[in-house]
Design a protein around this ligand. Sequence first.
Ligand code: GTP
Length: 984
Amino acid sequence: MVALSKVRIYELAKETGLSNKEVLDRVSELGIEAKSHSSSVSEGDALRFRESLGKAAAEKEAAEKERQRREAEEYERAMTEAKPKERTASRILPPHLRKAAQSEETGESAAAPAARMRPPAQPFRPADSGSTSVGGQPTPAAPSAPAGETARPGGPPPRPAAPPPPARPGGAPPARPATPPAQQPAAAQSSPAAPAGDQARPAAGKPMDPSRAAAIARQGVVYRPGEKPPQQQQPTPPQQQPARPAQPAARGPQDGGARAPQQPGQPPMGTPGVATSGPPRPGQPTIPERMLRGKAVEPVRKVETKLPQEGSGKRSIPPPLKAAPKGGPSRPAGGPGRPGGPGRPGGGPAGPGRPAGAPAGPGRGKKGKKRRGDLSPQEQFEQNNRPRRGRRQKEAVKAAVEGPVDVVPGVTVNEFAKAIGVNAVDIVAVLFRMGEMVTVTQSMSNDLIELVAAEMDAEINFVDADDLLFADYDEVQDDPADLIDRPPVVTVMGHVDHGKTLLLDSIRNADVVSGEAGGITQHIGAYQVTRDGRKITFIDTPGHEAFTAMRARGASVTDVAILVVAADDGVKPQTVEAIDHIKAADVPLMVAVNKIDKENADPVKVRTQLTEYELIAEEFGGDTTMVNVSAKTGENLDELLDLILLQADVEETKANPNRDARGTVIEAHLDRGRGAVATVLVQNGTLRVGDNLVAGVASCKVRAMFDDVGERVTEAEPSKPVMVLGWSDVPDAGDEFRVVDDERTARDIAGDRATRARKEELANRPRLTLESLGDAVQEGQLTNLNLVVKGDVSGTVEAVAAEMDKLDLEGVRTRIVRKGVGAVTNDDVVLADASDAIIIAFNVRPEANARQTIEETGVDLRQYSIIYKAIEDIEAAVKGLLAPTFEEFTVGRAEVREVFKVPRAGFVFGSYVTEGTIKRNASVRVVRDSVVVADDTIGSLRRFKDDVAEVREGFECGIGLDKFQDIKVGDEFEVYEEREVARD
Ligand SMILES: Nc1nc2c(ncn2[C@@H]2O[C@H](COP(=O)(O)OP(=O)(O)OP(=O)(O)O)[C@@H](O)[C@H]2O)c(=O)[nH]1
């Protein structure tokens, strides 16, 4: 501490990085008298002033350090424990995606990514005011100055209360030795000497991403409001370094994690070559950045190689460097692995790059070292942040899973990403480039899945969910010894009134009359008759509609199709349709030429007509069995049955009764007394009472079974139709039923299917939107326009509701199904979905879960801030004249984590991009607690010290707004743009 009796204002300004005016204002607030920059205050007052700045920052930093330390540990542990692929997937998930992932994974794996998102071991250092840095003379760093020497730049001695070197910048005011620019490089170098551990402990107590604020602050981009950091020097922006820092090396510190602590006397911004141990520089990717870059192809390897650095600050300290080979231009030693190294040669010729002989930091990929070494930091930064195209994209988006991947149609982006071993964010990015805005929880169409797969070189097979579910069952081949003949299953089809029903009845009645079956005939959708001791199963719903409906559901139960053609009527349109369906199903066909008892019957003509459809009777030399019958008299019905059995012999209809049953629901209905009942046809295995079934979205524990004559049975062998009781719900005809292990499994599977079915239905259901209003009105489909109105204040809501009521919409009546104050809630969306309503939101936004439901349901949410605009839109929409061909799209969201005040530049809001992309000059709304509080433009966008055009999801940035400055931590920036949309 240097005791000074008097300190001038300008000295304090220089020391703290504030402008003279700001210092004056502050001392004035503290009741200290000072008129101008040359006024002096007592050392005691100066100390009060410094403390007023540094106290809060110091406490904050301490907390931040502790948190980051924990995160760094967690990160390392996670990286060590996690399997490569898991790491790949989770690491790069931003917080809001991590949350989704957490629901699917273990708490630990979900937590790991969180830690990974922040650069570890970065104590928060309030940015230096920049007064020195901005104008900082790019003094070449003392090339090979010994660490010790460099550590203490010759600059002015630290201020009295200066904290120990490594410690807190933002901390005590005294902490800042106002190091003259020229000496700062040396100061920075001192940092390597500091215990790596210190640095490795991330700072931060900020509940919200302190590392980000720290990173930004360290870069001298922004400052904490009201907490002017003590004279913390800014790391030199790479681009200002005389000698280009070798990027890979420059990244070392970060990668390594255990950074050399930053000395109070850190090099000022602008000082070339500084930054070795300092915060990440523009060109230096933060950990999340690196993760993103490395993710898809070799994410694990990349990170793993860096990890050692991170934690190796202590275990692999390379020997101090005298001089980097080739005078390594500013290869910042800062790597954790070289705490003792002469930190940074500020670009000096003898920059202590990698210690001689020291192995290249594991964190430096070959590529980085070779290809990026010649890039300036700025170039490298741009390369890091540019949209993934070309080589980088190619690397980044390749599927990590080799070989074909089974994909169930309708998978979400998250699920698909997991399946092919990439990060969901990559898929979102790929789709974004294709012009598709999707979120990770959204389902992908098959087309999109194929496109993404092609883009990422993933080989995929579309599979049915059930195929996967019951793959084990299906893989078990029946032992031929277990196979027995099963009754053929017959379906009757033909033109209307040609006698299908009578034929079925006659066959059955003949059978009943024959006494081969007892009990009272029950129409359960199918029945069995016996002929010469062999059974035949008839589906007793005639006509090809049922046959087709079943086929449409994937059911294939028919072994033989009987085409009924009335001999007195010949081939008719539905005869032809039936032929087509039977052929399409590739089912053996027999023709029953019916009504031969009638006088005008002409069976030969029928045969002749059928030849046109490639059905040549055997007696004509063809291979189609045709029998003349009379359903009325029963003539030749026995022959028909015999021929059916013959056909079955040819087809070899066999099954294995010694396994769990599977089959098809023939029909089902809700019975008043017995609940849901379904007739099922067992196609393989044996169904027993007590079995647990799942069919479509229904599950069943078989309570009881009845056969086609009403007899209670305890089991049903192959081809036996039985009515089953015990269903949770009414399954659909054509649903396949399977036996599963237990009731819970059955319920779960059915529930999953129901959810999936609902999603599919919603995805395919045309939603009422303002764009589709006109058409709906014109088609007479819409007479009531339901609206849900939400607003920020009740006055607005009432005004909107009143205006909507007054709308003259040409016969369409508006009906406000709900109005209220506050954010659009999930329930609002559910209500809108159920009532096919459009949501009008005035200055309010949907809550997170509501947003998700909107995505899932497709409910149209319209956000307005001007009432007449809403009225105009709805009026125009009803008239089918909705003019705007532009629609507003939210392109990104960012959460404000820190607010900084930059002298002469206003406020900068340290933010984390939670979704999409934040773009400079883009329109932005400030949303606070789901309420829009401002509409503005992004005036500045920075990554560290660099102005950038855009910042993507998962990255931190500093955002400046053109007008609105009253931003609070926790506010959300909703960046939007208007895009031309195709009108239906
Ligand atoms: N004479 C005679 N009449 C028959 C014969 N088969 C059916 N019919 C009569 O033809 C009419 C239609 O018979 P259905 O069995 O209802 O014909 P369908 O094909 O089931 O008719 P849809 O159910 O409307 O498609 C009835 O009046 C039957 O009595 C037959 O072999 N001889």
